[in-house]
Design a protein around this ligand. Structure first.
Ligand code: AMP
Ligand code: ZN
Length: 119
C-alpha cells in the first residue's frame, strides 16, 4: 500500500486518516472527500489529497499528480451527487485568500444559485 507524506498536527491529514470524524462522501487510494462542517451551500464538499500539500501554491512536478487525482474525484463526486445543474470549485490559497486549513483542498459548492462571482 502506498504511504503518503502527512503532518501529525494537520487537521485534514487526521481527517483523511480517520483519526478525526467526518462525513465521508468519497475516497480512493489518494483522495478523501467529506462534507464541510460549516456549509455555504446545500452541497458543500471538501476534496483533499491524502498527501500533505500546503496549498495549490505548493504544487510542483513531484506532487501535482495528487491535484489531478483530486480533480478526477471532483468529476466523480459531481456525477454521484447529481450536480448536473452546475457547481463551483474553489481552492483558497494563502491568508489573503482566506485559507484557514493549510492542507490543499477543493471546495465543491452547489445546490443553489451561486451569486457574487469574483471572476
Ligand atoms: P478554507 O477556509 O478554504 O481553508 O476552508 C477550510 C474549510 O474547512 C472551511 O470551509 C471549514 O468550514 C472546513 N472545516 C474546518 N474544520 C472542519 C471539520 N472538522 N470537518 C469538516 N470541515 C471542516
Ligand atoms: Zn495535511
Amino acid at each position: 500500500m502506498k504511504t503518503f507524506h502527512t503532518e501529525p498536527d494537520c487537521l485534514f491529514c487526521k481527517i483523511a486518516a480517520g483519526e478525526i470524524p467526518s462525513t465521508k462522501v468519497y475516497e480512493d487510494e489518494s483522495v478523501y472527500a467529506f462534507r464541510d462542517i460549516n456549509p455555504q451551500a446545500p452541497t458543500h464538499i471538501l476534496v483533499i489529497p491524502r498527501e500533505h500539500i500546503v496549498s495549490a501554491g505548493a504544487l510542483n512536478a513531484g506532487n501535482s499528480v495528487y491535484a489531478a487525482k483530486c480533480l478526477e474525484a471532483v468529476a466523480k463526486i459531481a456525477e454521484r451527487e447529481g450536480l448536473s445543474n452546475g457547481f463551483r470549485l474553489i481552492s483558497n490559497c494563502g491568508p489573503e485568500a482566506g485559507q484557514t486549513v493549510p492542507h490543499l483542498h477543493f471546495h465543491i459548492l452547489a445546490g443553489r444559485e451561486l451569486g457574487e462571482k469574483m471572476v
